[in-house]
Design a protein around this ligand. Structure first.
Ligand code: FES
Length: 112
């Protein structure tokens, strides 16, 4: 099991290129993305969002292997095939993340 000083590789595709980040165990994925100028938001929702409280669903991203949801809203997103709420994802293992540059606000539903 990883301790508090462990780091995980988080690969992020922004729609054009891959970025590889070393992320500390327990970090919040939304904050990590914003800190690295890899926003999960669109230009419309960059400032009009809930600030990471799991309410607006505008911070959605997709994964190769999605983490198990722990928040009620993220659980619904996972269940119905919507993008996962990056603000409700804790980095506790290596992740491959896809930003959704084509979404207008939320991003579409897909079967997973
Ligand atoms: S920032 Fe609003 S749900 Fe994630």
């Amino acid at each position: 099991m990883a301790d508090a000083t462990s780091f995980h590789s988080v690969r992020v595709h922004d729609g054009e290129a891959w970025h590889t980040l070393d992320v500390q165990e327990g970090a919040n994925l939304r904050r990590v993305l914003l800190r690295h100028d890899l926003s999960p938001y669109t230009r419309w929702t960059e400032t009009a969002n809930c600030g990471g409280r799991g309410l607006c669903a505008t911070c959605g991203v997709r994964f190769d292997e999605p983490p198990v949801p722990t928040h009620w809203h993220d659980r619904l997103a996972a269940r119905y095939g919507y993008p996962r709420l990056s603000c409700q994802i804790t980095v506790d293992r290596p992740l491959t993340v896809y930003l959704l540059p084509d979404k207008n606000i939320w991003g579409g539903r897909v079967s997973e």
